[in-house]
Design a protein around this ligand. Structure first.
Ligand code: CA
Ligand code: CA
Ligand code: CA
Ligand code: CA
Ligand code: ZN
Length: 560
């Protein structure tokens, strides 16, 4: 009998030990990574997966750390592919998001060439992963036990004493945790009213105040330029949701912006923790894509544990409709939807341990006639599971990552060359079948036919998910058709482009009929002339001996 692991996150999962895919290829197993360990891990995975992982930097954190990104794709397939993105760790204390990003990378690297489904995704997609957007905060969280730290490490002088960040919260008693103290006004024996909270600390700078100049400045996930300043963010630099002095004031969000502006993503994840939920953009009228999001939420409900529904934002409805996160207020997902036209930018909240909210986790440290003070130090478990459960969490949420890959619209393109093109091939007539291979998301943009120099020579309107387009269309090719092969690109920046290569036949013999010979015969290619091959197909041979137009049988169409 396999031993059965039981773990309680927001709900109880039972799984067998055998089902757990251990992260055996990580250098640092079963532990949280700091920035250097994460970088080592990324380099190691990339080295062990030659030809599919490129590591690069999208910019720098405030303190100058490289914001590493990985491009995962089969590099030997060079066409422009459809793309997706997973960005982890906008918020310092949400370390588990980095661990999930690393395991996603490892899952793709290990599966490529071994698992047909993963190989397909790596062949057909460019998968971008940014393991941390807030590495400065990561190192303080993990090395200083500052498990409350959410924002970036841009210094700020909270108390105007001309020093910045000089009096942060501290683990004063050295027990490994920085506690929060909740102070209540005692109303009577059985009831009290919450007054305020303060944190464990010492007067680091001896100015008589405690914790008056904390470390942490801007909430990176309120700093994007879409609905920036809206309610849901704060203008107070000491608030946990401080939006910054202006949109994109921070180097971390600037880097994300500059990277995202180079790409189009139909769907992407930004990973967070502190709740189990999947958030999608909304405006004053509700969800910005109500029908699509309804389907997506339904899918998540099928592939994620029930705990992701409670407190999350799907299948939970009130009389006035689904519960939704209020509005645009400078979040990554707002900006990705509004400014980058990403139809499904998911704020994916992957972990919360509800046990830490339990009243029993609070210790009463003072109780008298007027006041009650309770200590709480479970902030770590609020956002992160024990290190020994990281692999288990990955197993639980992995289906959502596979779903992401599956959701990215790609095109199935079939093209045949039809008769009646002009002999010089300037005009070419193609029969085109294009399917939008996607369960939910349309092709977003129109489908274009363009040349390799970027000239658009034809377009069709965007294709719905699963839709099939058939068209016979004559193109006037904007180039010298005597050059062969020549390439047409079909698709858009969301779906990627299929290459259709029109190439003169390399055949040196051909089966044809001449008017005087009703029997088909295989002959050397004849000298110039026009020869009917059958009732609907002609073979034209120019004076230079090139076959210049015919059917698919003569002009090869090669998809790349
Ligand atoms: Ca100060
Ligand atoms: Ca402590
Ligand atoms: Ca001070
Ligand atoms: Ca002080
Ligand atoms: Zn977060």
């Amino acid at each position: 009998m396999p031993s059965v692991l039981k773990i309680t996150f927001e709900t109880t999962f039972e799984t067998t030990q055998e089902n757990i895919v251990l992260s055996s290829n990580l250098i640092y197993e079963d532990q949280y990574h700091d920035y250097e360990m994460m970088s080592d891990e990324v380099d190691n995975i990339a080295q062990n997966a030659p030809g599919i992982i490129e590591v690069f930097s999208i910019g720098h954190s405030y303190l100058g750390k490289d914001l590493l990104a990985l491009k995962i794709t089969n590099e030997s397939i060079t066409r422009q592919k459809a793309k997706t993105l997973v960005v982890a760790h906008h918020h310092g204390r949400e370390q588990i998001t980095i661990e999930m990003a690393l395991r996603f990378i490892l899952y793709l690297a290990n599966g490529f060439g071994h698992d047909a489904q993963i190989t397909h995704y790596v062949n057909s997609l460019e998968i971008y992963v940014i393991p941390t957007l807030n590495p400065d905060a990561l190192d303080r969280v993990i090395n200083e036990n500052d498990f409350w730290l959410r924002k970036n490490l841009h210094p700020y002088d909270n108390d105007y004493d001309e020093e910045s960040d000089e009096d942060p919260i501290d683990d004063a008693n050295g027990d490994g945790w920085i506690s929060r103290y909740d102070v209540y006004d005692r109303v009577d024996e059985d009831s009290e009213i919450y007054l305020y909270s303060y944190y464990e600390g010492i007067d680091d700078d001896g100015d008589g105040e405690f914790n008056e100049d904390e470390i942490g400045y801007v909430d990176l996930n309120r700093n994007y330029d879409a609905g920036w300043g809206g309610s849901g963010s704060s203008g107070d630099p000491t608030d946990q949701t401080y939006r910054g002095r202006r949109p994109f004031s921070e180097p971390e969000t600037q880097a994300m912006r500059d990277f995202a502006e180079q790409h189009r993503f139909a769907m992407a994840f930004s990973l967070h923790s502190g709740i189990n939920a999947t958030y999608l953009p909304s405006d004053d009228n509700g969800y910005v894509e109500p029908e699509l999001y309804d389907e997506v939420f339904g899918d998540f409900a099928d592939i994620l544990p029930n705990s992701f529904i409670t407190g999350g934002r799907y299948e939970e409805t009130t009389e006035s409709g689904p519960i939704i996160e209020a509005n645009h207020f400078g979040k990554w997902s707002d900006w990705m939807y509004v400014e980058r036209n990403t139809p499904v930018p998911v704020c994916f909240e992957i972990f919360h341990d509800s046990r830490v909210d339990d009243a029993s986790r609070y210790t009463t440290i003072l109780e008298n006639d007027t006041h009650l003070i309770k200590e709480w130090h479970d902030i770590y478990g609020y956002f992160n599971p024990p290190a020994s459960k990281i692999d288990l969490l990955w197993m639980i949420i992995r289906p959502a990552f596979i779903y992401l890959l599956d959701m990215i619209p790609q095109l199935d393109v079939e093209v045949v060359v039809l008769p009646n093109a002009s002999p010089d091939l300037h005009d070419i007539r193609l029969g085109v079948n294009i399917g939008c291979d996607a369960p939910r998301i349309s092709s977003v943009d129109p489908i274009f036919v363009k040349t390799t120099t970027g000239e658009i020579i034809h377009s069709w309107s965007a294709l719905d998910a699963g839709a099939l387009l058939h068209d016979n269309v004559t193109f006037s090719l904007p180039f010298d058709a005597s050059i062969s092969p020549f390439t047409l690109l079909i698709g858009n920046n969301y779906t990627g482009f299929d290459s259709i290569i029109l190439e003169r036949s390399p055949l040196t013999t051909v089966t044809y009929q001449t008017p005087s010979n009703t029997q088909s015969s295989t002959e050397p290619i004849p000298s110039s002339g026009v020869y009917p091959l059958d009732s609907s197909i002609i073979l034209i041979v120019s004076s230079t001996g090139f076959l210049v137009v015919a059917t698919i049988a003569i002009i090869y169409i090669r998809r790349r």
